[in-house]
Ligand binder design. Structure first.
Ligand code: ATP
Ligand code: MG
Ligand code: MG
Length: 359
C-alpha cells in the first residue's frame, strides 16, 4: 500500500484520509496542531511539528509516496523544501497565488476574468484613498490568512478608515490590506474542479452558497436555474477550468464567485483543495471531491462527477452539533461529524447532506 502525506489536520484532511482509505491508501498527517486532530484520528500516522522544522519535513517527505494539502497557507518555503524529497500537489506556485488575495486577484484578472474592483491598501490613508476611488461601499480584507470572514471590515462612504484598518489587524507585523468594491450579488456560487497531472479535468456543477455571519451556512447543489441560468453556470464552469489550467494545478480547486442580477460572474477567491461547498458530493455524486483529490495526486484516472440526486448541505457550526440525535433520526439526512471535542462558537463541527432524488 502507498501512503499519502497530508499537510494540515482539519476536517478536510480527515475526509480526504477516509476517501484514501477506501482506495487502499494510508495517510500520514503533518501539522503543528496534528495531535488528536480530525485528520490524525483517522490516519495511520501523524507528525506534530512546525512548518519550518526542516528535519521533520524531510523525514515526513521520505516516509510517504506523495504529499498533498488541506490548507493552502502552508508556507511556500515549506512546500519548496518538501519538493526536494517527494512530489507535492498542488505545488508552491499554486500556493503563492492562493494564499495572497492580491496575487490571486492579479492572476485572475491577467486571465481576463473579472473580479470586484480592488486596490492594495496599507494604512488608513491608503484605505481612504481606495474607498474614494472604488466606493462608496467597500470591504477591507487582510491579504493573507483570512477565513470564515475573519480579517474583514465593511466600509461605507463617510465611514472610519482608521477603525477598519485596525479592525483587520492593520499595523501588526506582516498584516497588509486590500480594499474591494462591495458586490451586490444576486447569489454566490462555487465550482470545484479536479485536474490530473496529464491535464485531464472534471468539474462539479455550479452550486449556490449561502453564508451566515461570514461562515458558509448552506450549499444548494446544483444552483437553482431561477437564480443561475444555464449560461451563467456554464460561464462559472469555464472560469474555474481556465484557472485550474493556468495554475497547472494537480489536485482539486474551488473557485468562489459572485453572480450579479444581470448575470455577470465575478471571482471572489479560490482554494486549491477540497472545499466546504463540495461536501454535498460525498453523498450525491458518483465520486466525491475528496476521492478526486486522491485520484489526482496519486496519478489515478479522475472519477465520474455524475450526480445521483440534488442535495443541500448544511454546516453544523458550534452548538448546532448538539442537534445530532435528531439529525441521525431524520430519514435520508446524512450526518458527518469531524471528531472535534469542543463545540466552540463559529467552529465547523460537522455537516448534514439532504438528498432530493427527483429535483
Ligand atoms: P472563506 O471561509 O470562504 O475562505 P474568507 O474569510 O476567505 O472566506 P471571503 O470569501 O472573501 O472570505 O468573504 C466571505 C464572505 O463575505 C463571502 O462569501 C461573501 O458573502 C462576503 N463578501 C466577501 N467579499 C465581498 C465583496 N467584495 N462584496 C460582497 N460580499 C463580499
Ligand atoms: Mg477564503
Ligand atoms: Mg470565501
Amino acid at each position: 500500500g502507498s501512503t499519502i502525506g497530508m499537510l494540515g489536520a482539519g476536517q478536510l484532511g480527515r475526509m480526504t484520509a477516509l476517501a484514501a482509505a477506501r482506495l487502499g491508501y494510508k495517510t500520514h498527517v503533518y501539522a503543528p496542531d496534528a495531535a488528536d486532530s480530525p485528520a490524525a484520528q483517522v490516519s495511520a500516522a501523524a507528525t506534530v511539528a512546525d512548518w519550518n522544522d526542516l528535519d521533520a519535513l524531510e523525514r515526513f517527505a521520505r516516509s510517504v509516496d506523495v504529499v498533498t494539502l488541506e490548507w493552502e497557507n502552508v508556507p511556500v518555503a515549506t512546500a519548496e523544501h518538501l519538493r526536494r524529497f517527494t512530489n507535492l500537489h498542488p505545488g508552491p506556485n499554486v500556493l503563492s497565488v492562493a494564499q495572497d488575495r492580491i496575487a490571486e486577484k492579479s492572476f485572475v484578472n491577467r486571465l481576463g476574468i473579472a473580479t470586484a474592483p480592488w486596490r492594495a491598501a496599507n494604512g488608513a490613508d491608503e484605505v481612504a484613498r481606495a474607498v474614494a476611488e472604488i466606493g462608496p461601499r467597500c470591504v477591507l480584507k487582510s491579504t493573507r490568512l483570512g477565513y470564515d470572514g475573519k480579517g474583514q471590515a465593511r466600509l461605507e462612504a463617510g465611514g472610519d478608515p482608521a477603525a477598519a484598518w485596525s479592525a483587520i489587524g492593520g499595523g501588526k507585523p506582516g498584516v497588509e490590506g486590500i480594499v474591494e468594491g462591495f458586490v451586490t450579488f444576486a447569489c454566490e456560487v462555487s465550482v470545484i474542479v479536479a485536474r490530473g497531472a496529464d491535464g485531464a479535468m472534471v468539474a462539479y456543477p455550479a452550486v449556490e452558497n449561502r453564508h451566515k455571519d461570514g461562515i458558509l451556512d448552506v450549499t444548494i447543489a446544483p444552483a437553482s436555474s431561477d437564480k443561475v441560468s444555464a449560461a451563467t453556470a456554464a460561464e462559472a464552469d469555464r472560469i474555474a477550468r481556465r484557472i485550474a489550467e493556468a495554475l497547472d494545478l494537480v489536485g482539486v480547486l474551488a473557485v468562489e464567485m459572485f453572480v450579479t442580477a444581470d448575470g455577470a460572474v465575478l471571482v471572489n477567491e479560490m482554494a486549491p483543495r477540497p472545499h466546504n461547498s463540495g461536501h454535498w458530493t460525498m453523498d450525491a455524486c458518483a465520486t466525491c471531491q475528496f476521492e478526486q483529490l486522491v485520484r489526482a495526486v496519486c496519478g489515478l484516472p479522475l472519477g465520474s462527477v455524475d450526480r445521483v440526486a440534488a442535495a443541500e448541505m448544511t454546516n453544523l457550526i458550534g452548538d448546532d452539533v448538539l442537534r445530532w440525535p435528531e439529525l441521525l433520526a431524520e430519514p435520508g439526512a446524512r450526518l458527518h461529524l469531524y471528531g472535534k471535542a469542543e463545540a466552540r462558537p463559529g467552529r465547523k463541527m460537522g455537516h448534514v447532506n439532504r438528498l432530493f432524488p427527483r429535483r
